[in-house]
Structure formats: C-alpha cells, structure tokens
Design a protein around this ligand. Structure first.
Ligand code: 2AM
Ligand code: CA
Ligand code: CA
Ligand code: CA
Length: 256
C-alpha cells in the first residue's frame, strides 16, 4: 500500500511540475482572495483539479482537503485523508516565478503516512514518512542534526517576526539567523535537508500536512506554541523544529 501510494504521488507530482512549467509559458491570471497578499491563479486551480482527479480515481474512498476549495471540507480525520496544496507560495510563484512547491500529505486515521514536496523550479522532490526515511529525488538524505536554536537558521513567518508576535522576533534573534521564504513547503524542505533547524508560522492544514509527515521520519517536533499537538482540521500557529530547538522556542514563547 505505502509503496504504491508513494509511487503514485511521485508520478502525479512529476506530471504536475511539467503542467505548471507549460502553464508558465502563457500569461498567468491572478486573483485576490481575502486581500492583496492572498492570491490565487489559474495555475493553482488547474493543478488542484488535476491532482484531485488523480486521487479520486486511484483512491475513491479517500477524503481530500485541498486549499482552493472545490470539494466539501474534511470534518474528521477518519480513514485515508489526502491534503493537497496545489501551489504553496503563490505570491512567490507570481512575483518570483520560483520558490514555490506542490505538496501532498497523506494521513490514515489522523496518523501520518506519507508526505511529498515538489520544488518545481529546482526539480527537487522531497519525500518521506514515519516508516520511510527522508529522500531527495529518491535518494536518502543524511538525517538533520538536533541543533540548539543558537546553532541553526530558523525559518519564520514574515508578519509574525516583524510584529514580534509570540516573541518570534526575539526567538529569531536568538537563532543563527532568520530566513523568511514565503513558502511553508520550501521551509519544510530546508528542514529536511538540514538547512534550517525549525520553522514557525501561522499555517493551514495543507501547509503542514506533507512536512509533518516527512518530519515524522526524522524526529521533527511539530506542535502549537503551548505544546499541544497540531490539529489538521484547523489553522493555527505551528512550531516545527528539531527537538532541542523546539523546546527552546516553546520556552521563549511562553516567557511572553
Ligand atoms: P500559499 O501560498 O499556499 O497560500 C507564507 O506566506 C506561507 O503561508 C505560504 O506557504 C502560504 O501558502 C501560507 N499562507 C497561508 N495563509 C496565507 C495567507 N492568508 N496569505 C499568504 N500566505 C498564506
Ligand atoms: Ca493561498
Ligand atoms: Ca500553502
Ligand atoms: Ca496554495
């Protein structure tokens, strides 16, 4: 089951990537959702329809939670659940034409099974799960080190850092340095490759599902700021970090 699931998702993300690169050869139409910082494009919508179609055909019994809301929202995590972010980092897609990802995370009865993050412009696919060590384009990567916060770079939400919300500005200053990429997928990819010690942001379920599933294969700690587990039915602040840095970030958030 897991091997076939992984093979299917890798094939779909590879095809997604080709479709997105083709779509980028013609003008992209951009619309705003809740405000000028919250964008969606025709490419988000087309890629979501493509991926949801593939999932429905291969796993008709599964539930699908996808960002650009075509289907009914998932209201419980019973059974097989796919979380789909058709373009993560839409602002980067529009403004940079780089630094965006396509993500799928799969959970069984609320437990992670498999995650995949496709960095489209670099053609780098990061995959993994609790029983699958992390891999880059199918090759195992060396496991990220459990660094102290001061010894690692921290991926961070721009607004939270700038406003020092939950002390995130101070926490960023206590790390080796803050990095604000604008794509949760790129941040989880960097954590998996050992380039960041953690990431803090306000995230939706489809932003975190793939990264949290991959992180389950190498001891990544994911929680709310108060240490509660992340609930994949709700948006909220997520602290995703290697164990020592995770403990320090939570401690510094609670000192507020
Ligand atoms: P998105 O591009 O798929 O919306 C940094 O902005 C990260 O937060 C991105 O991964 C982005 O995912 C996500 N995000 C979630 N809600 C957002 C919002 N309202 N505006 C911008 N980014 C948002
Ligand atoms: Ca969005
Ligand atoms: Ca996203
Ligand atoms: Ca998105």
């Amino acid at each position: 089951m897991l091997k076939a699931l992984a093979a299917n998702i890798e094939a779909w993300l590879t095809e997604s990537r080709t479709r997105i690169l083709t779509a980028m050869q013609t003008p992209v139409s951009v619309a705003t959702k809740t405000g000028r910082n919250d964008l969606v494009t025709n490419v988000d919508a087309d890629n979501q329809a493509f991926l949801v179609g593939k999932i429905r055909t291969a796993y008709p019994q599964a539930k699908i939670e996808a960002e650009e809301g075509t289907a009914a929202k998932v209201t419980d995590l019973d059974g097989l659940v796919f979380f789909v972010d058709p373009i993560d980092g839409t602002m980067n897609f529009v403004k940079q034409r780089a630094n965006f990802a396509v993500m799928i995370g799969v959970y069984q009865d609320g437990a992670p099974l498999y995650g995949a993050i496709m960095d489209v412009m670099r053609n780098e696919l990061v995959t993994g799960g609790p029983s699958l060590p992390p891999a880059l384009n199918g090759q195992p990567v060396s496991l990220p080190l459990d660094r102290l916060l001061k010894d690692g770079l921290l991926g961070a939400s721009g607004p939270m850092t700038i406003h020092n919300y939950l002390n995130l500005g101070d926490i960023a200053l206590a790390s080796s340095g803050a990095r604000i990429s604008g794509s949760a997928g790129m941040e989880f990819k960097a954590i998996t490759l050992g380039q960041l010690v953690g990431y803090v942001s306000y995230l939706q379920p489809w932003d975190i599902a793939a990264g949290m599933a991959i992180g389950a294969g190498f001891g990544l700690q994911c929680s709310r700021p108060d240490g509660q587990p992340v609930d994949l039915l709700q948006a909220g602040v997520v602290v995703a970090a290697m164990p020592q840095a995770h403990a320090e970030i939570l401690h510094r958030m609670q000192a507020k």
